[in-house]
Write a protein that binds this ligand. Structure first.
Ligand code: ITT
Length: 195
């Protein structure tokens, strides 16, 4: 059913790891970074129901366990979102839904006249069936004044990472080194390649 899987040499044997996500943008970023650790990845495009929580860690953990019940093979999932302190953390773990309903234009409207600091957070949850291991990453920055750039996905056209002037969508290569996802994936890749 799923054509794409990670293949990793793990204790001298092949370990197949599926990345369960409905988001192709997440998948291609993960593929690029994990390949650097010798982990070949591909895709289990399931959409998992998420429990309500304000914590990306809690959501990722629950999704990993649900995905494992369905697939019964080593896998990881990832939950992420944009957290804006001036909006009390909104859209946070509701980021996917809010983007669908309001778009980036809506986020810009909500922030009109407000402090524009923002943070992307990501939690990766990996399981081989017994326990769940979490790897987190975040990046601070600000929401731009307008929608800029065509690269990336989601909120990339309105997010400028700290110390930079371009949005992630204008300079998608920035994401490989300093995005919330890149930082969590680096920890994950290092941990798996140490085994
Ligand atoms: P899953 O199937 O993996 O859950 P999803 O897109 O629904 O895919 P989430 O529930 O984790 O993923 O929602 C996170 C949303 O936050 C995502 O849809 C984007 O709108 C936004 N987001 C997360 N990471 C982002 C990034 O690197 N750049 C831009 N927007 C991002």
């Amino acid at each position: 059913m799923f054509k794409n899987h990670f293949t990793l040499i793990y204790h001298g044997a092949h370990l197949e790891i599926s990345f369960v996500t409905s988001n192709p943008g997440k998948f291609s970023e993960a593929e690029k970074i994990l390949n650097k650790y010798g982990i070949n990845i591909v895709h289990a495009p399931l959409h998992l129901e998420e429990k309500r929580s304000e914590s990306v860690e809690e959501i990722a953990e629950g999704c990993a366990l649900r995905a494992y019940s369905a697939l019964r093979k080593p896998l990881f999932v990832e939950d992420s979102g944009l957290f804006v302190p001036a909006l009390n953390g909104f859209p946070g773990t509701y980021s996917a839904w809010v983007l669908k309903k309001l778009g980036n234009e809506g986020i810009l409207r909500l922030l009109d006249g407000k402090e524009r600091a923002a943070e992307f957070r990501c939690a990766i949850a990996f399981t081989e069936g017994k326990d769940v291991r979490l790897f987190t990453g975040s990046v601070r920055g600000r929401v731009s004044g307008s929608i800029r750039g065509n690269g990336g996905f989601g909120y990339d056209p309105v997010f400028i990472p700290e110390g930079e002037e371009k949005t992630f969508a204008e300079a998608p290569s920035l994401k490989d080194s300093l995005s919330h996802r890149a930082r969590a994936l680096q920890k994950f890749g290092e941990s798996l390649s140490r085994k």
